[in-house]
Write a protein that binds this ligand. Structure first.
Ligand SMILES: Cc1cc2nc3c(=O)[nH]c(=O)nc-3n(C[C@H](O)[C@H](O)[C@H](O)COP(=O)(O)O)c2cc1C
Length: 375
């Protein structure tokens, strides 16, 4: 139950027949914690994601999960390329659900940035950008990301097969019980590499023009929608701009957004960058204008499942009042908070307090912890 004084970020978020209890998202964040290198979720994943669900996030998106073994960003990534990986994901989903959040998973393929060692603070400097020897590195074109090995260009048939791999992984995600399937179309990974003229110089149907470069992303959305049916929320994360001369711009992404919705996407999760080295003006809410532009581009449209598309913004949103202002003024429908939630899993509970909410039950926050409320 919400009242007229409930902060907007704590009001429910309906998406394709499912409703998140609030508008705060945990964005996907790689844990690089599959020590067995088999893509199977571990106790760490169950604990990490359920802690953020207990902390009050309305929607919890599990980290980039590979649709093929060579699409992993590191050998320690989660996977959904094999049925044997479904039960581990089901454990994560059940734990998130038990704490009252919607569960999502980000499906990805690292393209030319795949196959690097798992990142840890104690890794040798630059290890993140060194391709592991012998990794089958594939991309739209044989153009290396600086510091990484030169990938081989996928043939058209191979690109079709990766689209099918996204669909198969999405079917497994639905079988595991996820409410939301997010395609990783951002940060210089495969889908983004197809979209950007800086990494896609193909002359076949998967390149050569904006329509050609958008083909892979649109095919993936259509294939995933077909695989998961009408029930699951389909989200795609985009880098709205490459922040670089000759690269993707906010305008390109605003043009693409309604096409993705028509293809079956319910949610657009707007990030930026990652495809090429760039000077990025990082600061509080620096990506919000890109989300607002996407939201304006899809305003008034209806997703095939009914309802308006949902636009999520992310990036250096660190204060409750800042998040509230973004959503209350209609710049985005929801706010994702990443790094602050690594150090503070109960961040939504604290933000509710910061915004003067004392009725935890009404706000859908863990009533078991009420006696620990700030007084
Ligand atoms: C440890 C870590 C891992 C990340 N892994 C992913 C990922 O798997 N997929 C993705 O799209 N973004 C990933 N990101 C980016 C975050 O989802 C988020 O967009 C970024 O941290 C900016 O938001 P923030 O300022 O709230 O942290 C990662 C970020 C961090 C800090």
């Amino acid at each position: 139950m919400t009242t007229p004084t409930t902060p907007t970020i704590l009001t429910p978020l309906p998406m394709r027949g499912r409703t998140a209890r609030n508008r705060l998202w945990l964005p996907p964040m790689c844990m690089y914690s599959v020590d067995a290198h088999d893509g199977v979720a571990t106790d760490w994943h169950v604990l990490h994601y359920s802690a953020r669900a207990v902390g009050g996030f309305g929607t919890v998106i599990v980290e980039a999960t590979a649709v093929t073994p060579n699409g992993r960003l590191s050998p320690a990534d989660l996977g959904l390329w094999d049925d044997a990986q479904v039960p581990g994901h089901r454990r994560i989903v059940e734990a998130i659900h038990a704490a009252g959040s919607l569960a999502g998973v980000q499906l990805g393929h690292g393209g030319r940035k795949a196959g690097t060692p798992p990142w840890r603070p104690d890794s040798a400097a630059g290890a993140r950008t060194t391709t592991i020897e012998g990794w089958d590195l594939v991309a739209p074109s044989a153009i290396a990301h600086p510091g990484h090995a030169v990938p081989r260009a996928l043939t058209g048939e191979e690109a079709d097969a990766v689209v099918r791999a996204f669909a198969d992984a999405a079917r497994r995600a639905a079988a595991a019980g996820y409410d939301v399937v997010e395609l990783h179309g951002a940060h210089g990974y495969l889908i983004h590499e197809f979209l950007s003229p800086l990494s896609n110089t193909r002359t076949d149907a998967y390149g050569g023009s904006p329509d050609g470069r958008r083909r892979f992303a649109l095919q993936a959305v259509r294939a995933v929608r077909g695989a998961v049916g009408d029930d699951v929320v389909l989200d795609i994360r985009l880098s709205a701009t490459d922040w670089a001369e000759g690269g993707l711009t906010g305008e390109d992404t605003a043009e693409l957004a309604p096409l993705l919705v028509a293809a079956g996407a319910d949610v657009l999760h707007v990030s930026t960058g990652g495809n090429v080295p760039a000077r990025v003006p990082v600061g509080p809410g620096y990506q919000v204008p890109f989300a607002a532009r996407v939201r304006a581009a899809v305003a008034g449209t209806t997703t095939p499942g009914g309802g308006e598309p949902v636009v999520v913004t992310v990036g250096v949103i660190t204060e409750a009042a800042q998040a509230e202002q973004i959503v209350a003024t209609g710049l985005a429908d929801a706010v994702a908070v990443g790094r602050p939630a690594l150090r503070e899993p109960y961040l939504p509970v604290r933000w509710a307090h910061d915004l003067g909410v004392n009725d935890w039950q009404a706000a859908g926050l863990p009533i078991q912890y009420w006696r620990g409320a700030w007084r």
